[in-house]
Design a binder for this molecule. Structure first.
Ligand SMILES: Cc1cc2nc3c(=O)[nH]c(=O)nc-3n(C[C@H](O)[C@H](O)[C@H](O)COP(=O)(O)O)c2cc1C
Length: 314
């Protein structure tokens, strides 16, 4: 029997549903699982009023998270494995997870522990995961596996359906575009990771330093999106510092700068993103070797291979 800490935050319940699929087989195998749902002291709204939505960007990017309510973990509890379930907000980890990783309690819980990260988002998680890796290392944890669930709609369609979902709460089919979010059958199939982890824990593999979830198609990276993400990340870095120079999150002094940022964001999504995807598609024969290398590197540590799918699928 092993002790597993699962740290989770979800607004719509999508990420909690995926996390529950992992936890089920871990508990069935006799492991003790503590599920900690992060609770910000001041809850984030859902659906998000547009102004609150853009106003969250600077603090997400600068990793300046508002405090959480006290955790419900009995003091001095020691865990064998930590699973961090997080969302991506503006190419960065969502603020509740950032707050956890930067807190003293979070750092104590991660220190010296093997860590598995689980993300469910639109489709741009690479920069956020880079930040997660850094924060996990800073806390003394060891990232062992990463699992990513994304919206399989076309990247351009999800630029409309995801904001519609978080700003209005509506996620159904819209103007011929598929419903927003991770497909229900993919959520159900997430239990394979729970079964594989239960198996790994029963063999003590969490202590070996190796990935435990290879061969299960844990991540699939589109390297073209990686290039757009890098550009977006750089731009968000500049905008976040500029907007923070006007005031704190929630203060009216920031509003004019937020308005300009919103116009910039919409213009980028409508012009630069499609142009960049088109150029990359046109030059794909030339870019292919570079993109293949980038994909292999970004899919570490758990990878997109499928050799263990049959063993752990129901
Ligand atoms: C403020 C905010 C910013 C977001 N930014 C991104 C992003 O940069 N990339 C991405 O893939 N998804 C982004 N999303 C989508 C979330 O990662 C997530 O899929 C969505 O909020 C639903 O999460 P939940 O079902 O766990 O509540 C964002 C959502 C919010 C609320």
């Amino acid at each position: 029997m092993k002790r597993v800490l699962v740290v989770n935050f979800s607004q719509t319940g999508q990420l909690s549903d995926i996390t529950a699929q992992l936890i089920g087989p871990l508990r069935d195998a006799g492991n003790e699982v503590h599920l900690e749902t992060l609770q910000p002291e001041n809850p984030f709204p859902f659906p998000w009023p547009i102004i609150d939505f853009v106003d969250a960007m600077p603090e997400c990017v600068q990793l300046d998270a508002p405090p959480l309510k006290a955790l419900g973990i009995p003091p001095a509890t020691d865990f064998d494995l930590v699973i961090l379930s997080y969302q991506v907000w503006f190419l960065s980890p969502g603020l509740p997870m950032t707050a956890f990783l930067k807190s003293q309690e979070g750092q104590r819980l991660l220190n010296g522990k093997p860590v598995v990260t689980l993300v469910a988002c639109r489709n741009m998680w690479l920069s956020a995961q880079e930040t997660m890796q850094r924060l996990i290392v800073e806390a003394g944890g060891q990232l062992r596996d990463h699992i990513a669930f994304t919206d399989r709609g076309h990247p351009l369609a999800t630029f409309i359906t995801t904001p519609r979902w978080v700003l209005t709460g509506k996620r159904d089919r819209f103007l011929g575009m598929p419903p927003a979010g991770v497909a229900p059958e993919e959520i159900d199939a997430a239990s394979r990771f729970g079964r594989a982890l239960a198996d790994a824990l029963s063999k003590g593999e969490e202590t070996t330093g190796r990935a435990m979830l290879t061969g299960l198609r844990a991540v699939t990276v589109n390297p073209r999106l990686a290039i757009s993400e890098r550009a977006g990340r750089r731009a968000f870095g500049v905008w976040s510092k500029l907007i923070r120079a006007f005031g704190k999150r929630g203060q009216w002094q920031r509003r004019p700068a937020l308005l300009v940022f919103s116009i910039y964001l919409i213009t980028m999504v409508l012009t630069v993103v499609p142009t960049s995807l088109l150029l990359q598609w046109l030059f794909s024969p030339l870019l292919k070797p570079r993109l293949d290398r980038l994909r292999a590197q970004l899919e570490q540590p758990s990878g997109s291979q499928e050799f263990n799918l049959q063993k752990y699928d129901q």
